[in-house]
Write a protein that binds this ligand. Structure first.
Ligand code: GLY
Length: 349
């Protein structure tokens, strides 16, 4: 399946297919005909996978960056940029991110900034990468102060979502990716019964279509795109607190699953939805096997503080929430109400 992200002269296709990685050479020939060199940005564990037989049809070199979320630091970015410069990557050349969401974000940011911008192709190899991170041109790294606080919009020339590489994905990674899939399913208001009969590749396709459609209509998050942050206000706060314990403490999709279960409860508290919506969210999350407990180690006060500083929060507590006329950003929510729902949610499980 090919889905086009429609951005006039910067439009590109997201290919979702078995062995899509083998389309890289043809993509570079078509979209970057002057490229002589290709920099494959990936991690030590991925470069050893049997599927790492990626051929660009140009001189190519592999640049290794740390695994997972540890890749998304200014330190890793600096090392990568120095290595690209040592390797004499030129303006006509192409950076290819091969990895999960974190590697796609880092490789994308390197492409946005190296020589003030070079061409980028994304080959996302995790579920989070395929359904979200690699599509839409958001690139960046984390700061200690929060997730994704430094970055740039830089659209790729194409995204190759190779579904066969998911076969070797560790179970935790796969599960985590389903957190973003659940978000898409819920944003589309689909029923849980339909979920039972939907294959993983159809779930990927559906999520990619939603993301491509939203980005085509709102590249820079002037309105519609913000809805893709459903569940993310609490998720980003959880991730920020988790990063202090270590990069592997909580995966993005795991945090999103908890954030979705919380958001619908907050919407219920604000009389935006009824109990049936809470039940249908819980059913979708459960059907996807997602854990939505808010562990006791997260202090509600610290979470509230972190949520107030989320970059999407614009200096107050704001959330994407479902309501009578669909999803919308709800701002200026009374902190006491959020605390109350958070404490009850934590106590529920
Ligand atoms: N992950 C949300 C977005 O790309 O807008």
């Amino acid at each position: 399946m090919n889905v086009t992200v429609e951005l006039e002269e910067r439009s590109y296709d997201v290919v979702v297919d078995v062995d899509a990685r083998h389309q890289l050479g043809e993509l570079i020939k078509r979209r970057a005909p002057r490229a002589k060199s290709v920099a494959l940005v990936t991690s030590p564990s991925l470069v050893n996978e049997t599927w790492f037989d990626i051929e660009s049809g140009r001189d190519q070199a592999v640049f290794l960056v740390p695994e997972g979320e540890s890749a998304k630091t200014l330190g890793s970015l600096e090392e990568l940029l120095e290595a690209l410069a040592q390797g004499r990557l030129s303006r006509d050349d192409v950076i290819v991110g091969v990895g999960g969401g974190a590697i796609c974000d880092l490789a994308g940011f390197a492409a946005a900034t190296y020589l003030r911008g070079v061409a980028l192709v994304q080959i996302p190899t995790s579920l989070v990468g395929q359904v979200d991170a690699a599509i839409g041109g958001k690139t960046g790294v984390n700061l200690r102060a929060g997730k994704n606080l430094v970055g740039a919009f830089h659209q790729p020339l194409g995204v190759l979502c190779d579904t066969s590489v998911l076969d070797t994905l560790p179970e935790r990674e796969r599960k985590s990716g389903l957190g973003e899939v659940a978000k898409c399913w819920l944003l589309e208001g689909r029923p849980v019964d339909e979920l039972v009969t939907t294959s993983l590749s159809s779930l990927i396709e559906l999520s990619v279509r939603l993301k491509a459609d939203v980005v085509s209509n709102d590249e820079r998050e002037g309105g519609l795109r913000v809805l893709l942050n459903y569940g993310h206000t609490l998720a980003h706060a959880l991730e920020k607190l988790s990063l202090r314990r270590g990069p592997d403490e909580l995966r993005h999709g795991e945090a999103v699953a908890i954030g979705l279960a919380f958001a619908v409860r907050l919407a219920k508290e604000l009389d935006l939805v009824g109990e049936n919506e809470v039940a249908s969210h819980d059913a979708v999350l459960e059907q996807l096997g997602l854990v939505t407990d808010l562990p006791a180690r997260y202090d509600p006060e610290e979470l509230l503080e972190a949520m107030g500083h989320d970059k999407k929060a614009h200096h107050d507590l704001s959330f994407v929430l479902p309501g009578p006329s669909g999803f919308a950003v709800v701002s200026d929510i009374d902190e006491a109400k959020v605390r109350d729902v958070l404490e009850r949610f934590q106590g529920e499980r």
